[in-house]
Ligand binder design. Structure first.
Ligand SMILES: CC(=O)N[C@@H]([C@@H](O)[C@H](O)[C@H](O)CO)[C@@H](O)CC(=O)C(=O)O
Length: 308
């Protein structure tokens, strides 16, 4: 947490920032921070934390371009979320992503019509994927936000059969029964299962996760790498210790109300790079949250398992 002092200074900047425009200029700095401070070399752009669904198509394209440009020769993978409510917009984003050379695209279930069925959803995903034929395709499952609760295990057969570029699932849900059934289908390691509920990463690894995508890796990247390493080395005690450390922080912030605005506060405090306010309809985190989370982060500096 050596950046805390710097973040305090910049915090006023982000709280005062009123125009809510994207600050593209910090992306290069953020790439270096992720690599050097967090050991993270893969990014997922325009997802939930990045408020992708609150951005215009043009903004999403510009962001994807900037991440690809600034990540060139530095990052291993830039996966861009291209999901949208409208199929033509999602296809346009997929074509654009393919054109700028991303390493993967992901699509969330379009969620205005909740009565979507499995075949309709797979057909939607397939049409989007077909616009970027050589690019690995991921289905982004986050039912808590989309309200689309079709089990991923049910979708898998359709996606594997109908989407030639299907590469895997970003699974942001606590349903480890569904997750385990997906892992069973992955017995030959045909696809990636990227878990996205960071407080339960270790459980998902035990079940068959092949990787993870989440907001926490912005600021607890190193600690989470230790979870991965300890698990890979069959050192369950250490893996638990590191996971408990992440859980201690997340249970504290979740009790305060932890959504994208609050995640941005933590990311700004730890990185020292201002993430700015969220876009409406989300509102900035309260000053009370900022003070509490600062104190919590300070206290974690003394946690023997924390690499903050
Ligand atoms: C709802 C939400 O934001 N979920 C996060 C988690 O990383 C979540 O913040 C974390 O598990 C803490 O609860 C991710 O699954 C989302 C994510 O990866 C994204 O930004 O697309």
């Amino acid at each position: 947490m050596k950046q805390l002092g710097l973040a305090t200074e910049r915090e006023e900047t982000w709280l005062r920032q009123e125009n809510k425009e994207i600050n593209f200029s910090v992306i290069g700095q953020y790439v270096d921070y992720l690599i050097n401070e967090q050991g993270v070399k893969n990014v997922f752009v325009n997802g939930t934390t990045g408020e992708g669904m609150s951005l215009s198509i043009q903004e999403r394209k510009q962001l994807a371009e900037e991440w690809v440009a600034k990540g060139k020769d530095k990052l291993d993978h830039v996966i861009v979320h291209v999901g949208a409510l409208s199929l033509p917009e999602s296809k346009e984003l997929a074509r654009h992503a393919a054109g700028i050379g991303v390493d993967g695209i992901a699509v969330i279930a379009p969620s205005f019509f909740k009565s979507v069925n499995k075949d309709g959803l797979v057909a939607f995903l397939g049409e989007v994927a077909s616009q970027a034929p050589g690019i690995p395709f991921y289905y982004y499952h986050i039912p808590r936000l989309t309200g689309i609760k079709i089990c991923v295990e049910e979708l898998l057969d359709g996606m594997m059969e109908q989407i030639p570029s299907f590469k895997g699932v970003k699974f942001s849900d606590t349903d480890l029964l569904d997750f385990g059934r997906c892992a069973k289908k992955n017995d030959k390691g045909q696809f990636s299962l990227l878990y996205g509920v960071d407080e339960q990463l270790l459980c998902a690894l035990a079940m068959g996760a092949t990787g993870a995508v989440g907001s926490t890796y912005n600021y607890f990247g190193k600690t989470n790498h230790l979870v991965l390493e300890a698990f890979a080395g069959a050192d369950l005690n250490s893996a638990q210790k590191y996971q408990f450390c992440v859980q201690e922080f997340l249970s504290f912030v979740i009790a305060q109300g932890f959504g994208v605005p609050q995640i941005k506060v933590v990311m700004s405090l730890v990185s020292g790079i201002p993430m700015g306010p969220p876009r409406l309809p989300l509102s900035s985190a309260s000053e009370e949250f900022v003070l509490k989370v600062k104190a919590k982060l300070e206290s974690l500096k003394n946690c023997p398992n924390s690499l903050l």
